[in-house]
Design a protein around this ligand. Sequence first.
Ligand code: ATP
Ligand code: MG
Length: 321
Amino acid sequence: MSEKFKTELNEACPTALSQMIGEKSVVEQVRVALDAAHQDVKKFDHSLLVGPSGCGKTQTAKIIAAEMGADLHELLGQSITCPADFNAVLLAAKDREILFVDECHELDREFQTALFLALDQRKLLLGGSRSGRAIQSVPLSDFTLLLATTDEFGVLSPLAQRMRLILRFQFYSVEELAKILLQRSRALGWPVDAEALHLIGERSRGTPRLALRLLQSCRRCCRAEGESTITMEHLRRACELEQIDSLGLGPTEQGYLEVLAEGTNRLNVIASMLGLPARTLSQVVEPFLLRTGLVVKDDQGRRELTSKGREHLSNHRTNCV
Ligand SMILES: Nc1ncnc2c1ncn2[C@@H]1O[C@H](COP(=O)(O)OP(=O)(O)OP(=O)(O)O)[C@@H](O)[C@H]1O
Ligand SMILES: [Mg+2]
């Protein structure tokens, strides 16, 4: 797509490894693996991409495919629900093609097992007693498997162990997020005040996807006023509309802190009070709050607000942005 037609954030994603900001060790591992694959005219190694949501796993899979000049076939773990779907995906994969399974921990155990057996033997066994047909062994192409997950322990260890590279994504610093925002706003031709860029980074919980979403909201507020440069005022308005506070917490996180302030400290009780699955709380809502020291968890799994958490909550109640 030519530069001048780029209007949406996702039309201006980085497409080369050199454009990736942060994640130094992931970038280094991928660079070495790409060099090795090019030297030996081989496919890219099977890899597991692990890390928090919105931190660049899918983007990295696309960059690997682009740098290899290979086709990327993308699917979600939960979209494979029957053996026929699973077999069709593996049989359709061609030599050097990249098969990218996102949320691979959602792939049924039965398919995870079949997957590592297929990788080991480079063949698929079809038929058998359940189908009433004789077992048939069908060779598979020499494709690359990239698995992405936010839940490393939901992936069967024999499958994880067969991945030659483990790429671990981390949360980003405010400076890295500001660089990502600058890169994206330049690619889209959206002028932004440097101070606003930094503050968007501070309100994005270490996550590029959240930073880019807030940038988009700021741009909306800016354009609604008929202006072209995103300023602190547009950021203030966007945060007000989206109920994002000074640490980037939204209504769910704020509600969580309120429930803890009332003295509730058991995960299941907090989850039912907020109307959310306990797993969502522990895997999506809590990591940032624990990491930033707003909340602590004791050996019995009881959650408690820290003094920093109390202070943040009372500032938020008085300022509301
Ligand atoms: N290092 C980076 N440099 C530039 N942009 C980035 C970087 N990491 C992520 N992004 C951007 O952030 C957004 C979210 O990234 P991505 O979709 O790859 O996350 P993910 O880890 O796959 O999330 P999920 O687990 O929810 O699938 C995308 O627009 C992507 O281009
Ligand atoms: Mg993804």
